[in-house]
Structures are given as C-alpha cells and as structure tokens.
Ligand binder design. Structure first.
Ligand code: PMP
Length: 366
C-alpha cells in the first residue's frame, strides 16, 4: 500500500512519465463539465471558442516560459518527435546541401538515419567513440561552414547525458530535440532556429509534439511537400489545419500553468538541480555499491543511469523497488542497469524517499 495520496506510486518512468498531481486533480475537477461548457475538453469542437481559448492560451504560455520573440512560431504537431526526425530534413535539407548532426545516442542516430534519406549528413561528433558516456567539447566539433543546419539532442534519455551549454554554431541554424529536458533549466532559446519536443516527459501526455520554429528558418523550407509534412501548413493555420490532439494540448497548457506557479523555468532549474545533486551525491558517497558511468560534466538531471556491483543485485533492486512503490527503475533495454527518470513533475521529496530506500537496500546487500 502506497503512502502517497490517492495510493499513487513514486513514478520514475522515462516517458510517458509522471504528471504533476495538482494538474491531474484540476483536470479531474473539470472532467464532466469544463468551465460550464457542459462537456469534457475532448468532446469539444476544435473550431469552437472554448477550445480556441485553450489552444491560444497554451501557445502564449510556451512563448512566455521560454521568452520567445515574435519571430518564433509555436506549433502542436502529431507523430511524435520521431516524425520531426524526418520532417526536418524534408523541409530544410535542400539538394546538394549538408546538415551537421551531433551523435550523442540512440535518438540522434535515428534523426541521422532519416536525414540521410534527403541529403548529405556530416556527423560533427560521433559519440560512439566514447561509448556515449560524455558530450563533445566545442573544440571536438567538426562543423560544416555552410551547413543547412546543426542538429543536437539536448538530453539523451537512454544513456543519461545532457547539454547545459549549447554548441556555438555561428550563423548556421541550430535545431534541438529537447524531448526529454525542455523547461528543465534556463537557457537562451534565441540561440535556436528550431526546438522540438514530444510532450510525454516534461510537457504532458503523449500524442502532441511541441515545435518552435523561427521565421527565418521557415522561409527557407522546401515548397511542394505533402500538406501535413510541411511546416508552412501548420504555421499558416496555427496548428489547426486538421483536428489537433485537443486533449493533449489542453493538458500541456495545464502543466505549463503549474510550471509558472513553481517559479517558471528558473523554479524548475532549482528543483532539478537539487534532485540531481542529491542523487549523484549519494552515489559518489557510496562508490563501492553505486557506479554512474557517465562523465561528471555530462550527467543528465533528467535521466540518472547507474549500475550496482552485479546484475543480480540490479534485478533485486528493481523488484524490491517496485514492491515498495518505486516504479520505472529499470534501465533502457538497450543498455541494461538502472535508470531513474526524474522529470519536472517529480518532487525533491520523491528523490529523498528513493535515496532512503536505496540506502536501506545497500545496507542489507552491501
Ligand atoms: N527524442 C528523444 C530525446 C526521446 O527521448 C524520444 C522518446 N523517448 C524521442 C525523441 C522519440 O519520441 P516519440 O516517441 O515522441 O517519437
């Protein structure tokens, strides 16, 4: 039996992931009748005035939280971040042009595979050479001077690395897949021509992908593409060309409201820094039992990957954790080991409880 409200668990799933309880409670309150409309948001017309207000309110919150200028378009698309892997080169990698990709793990690799279908790809840094255990320094990047764009994955959900300062790419367009760390710490969004993120980690439920696109990049998008895969379509119709994922967008808006109430991105940064210091600090104090293979300067605040002395112990920690209400501790199937995904919604006290649980486990098994 969980000690938490509503009998909930400590949810460290990698995505879809925890949603702030306050958000779930507010949505629950409006479940049968959203603000007097007499229906749930998911039952409303996407052309009606109630939904229109939700949609534009969510756009406005994205703009304000990331401090975006008028030159940025905010879109809500479908098909996950994975569809962006293909849409980006389809729209922006012209014939004979080269795009630079920084390969820092599985998700970068998938983006590279899609780009190769449309043009030349230069891998500006290949993380394979360091087993993806650290990110490149600026000096290590081999950039193409007139590249169509440079693509990075800001947080590597599987191996647990995260960029806190971004590569300097000069005048070339910088595009960031921020699926697993958007809004987790302050950064200068104006350095990016495009940012995209599947919602299911820091923004809400799966089913919607946030895309932020600067107008100068949009202007060079290829013409004549199939309608739904052209950014121009979605910009022209404010993501309402077809039926958008209305309920997911509504939930994203509620999550963004919650982020504002916690002090915005700066508030998230403070909370995420505290969680990361607590967890990595605990591992460093107990190096004979816990080992984090990622280079200290590249360690992710969102996805903390670690190992125990044996796989047998790892399995036991995962199972005992599950029984005690700590869910999602298993590492990604491609790497094994353990992973604690602690996105914005996870509170400091949840990490505290997890450290206490792991301390007890270590004393019983060390
Ligand atoms: N990029 C990153 C960094 C991810 O973590 C994920 C999913 N875990 C994806 C892309 C793919 O996202 P989707 O499943 O929304 O296509």
């Amino acid at each position: 039996m969980s000690k938490l409200k509503h009998n909930r668990v400590y949810n460290f799933n990698a995505g879809p992931a925890a949603i702030p309880l306050t958000v779930l409670e507010r949505v629950h309150e409006q479940w049968f009748n959203y603000r007097g409309a007499g229906m749930n948001v998911m039952e409303m017309s996407h052309r009606g005035k109630e939904y229109d207000a939700i949609h534009n309110d969510t756009v406005a919150r994205v703009r304000s939280l990331l401090n975006l200028g008028e030159e940025y378009h905010v879109l809500f698309l479908q098909g996950g971040a994975s569809t962006q892997f293909g849409m980006i080169p389809m729209n922006f990698l012209g014939e004979g042009k080269t795009a630079d990709y920084i390969n820092t793990g599985v998700w970068s690799n998938k983006a590279i595979k899609e780009a190769k279908l449309f043009g030349n790809v230069n891998v500006a840094f290949d993380g394979k050479t360091v087993d993806f255990m650290r990110l490149p320094t600026q000096e290590e990047l081999v950039l193409t001077p007139d590249a169509a764009y440079v693509h990075i994955t800001s947080n590597n959900t599987i191996k647990g690395t995260q960029f806190f300062t971004f590569p300097n790419v000069g005048n070339v367009h910088l595009i960031g897949d921020m699926s697993s760390d958007i809004l987790s710490h302050s950064f200068d969004a104006s350095k990016f021509s495009m940012i995209y993120a599947g919602a299911q980690k820091n923004l809400g439920p799966s089913g919607v992908t946030l895309v932020i696109l600067r107008d100068d990049l949009l202007k060079v998008a290829r013409e004549g593409l199939t309608t739904m895969l052209s950014y121009q379509t979605h910009v022209a119709d404010n993501s309402l060309y077809n039926t958008p994922p209305t309920f997911a967008i509504y939930l994203m808006g509620e999550v963004l409201k919650w982020v504002e109430e916690q002090g915005g991105v700066a508030g998230m940064e403070q909370r995420n820094r505290a969680k990361a210091e607590m967890l990595y600090g605990f591992f460093e104090e107990n190096p004979e039992f816990f080992r984090c293979p990622v280079s200290p300067e590249s360690r992710s605040w969102m996805n903390v990957c670690f190992r125990l002395p044996t796989e047998e112990l790892e399995g036991r920690l995962i199972n005992e954790g599950k029984a005690a209400g700590f869910i999602g501790l298993k590492g990604h199937r491609s790497v094994g080991g353990l992973r604690i995904s602690m996105y914005n919604a996870n509170g400091v006290e949840e990490v505290e409880a997890t450290v206490e649980f792991m301390k007890d486990f270590m004393h019983r098994n060390g």
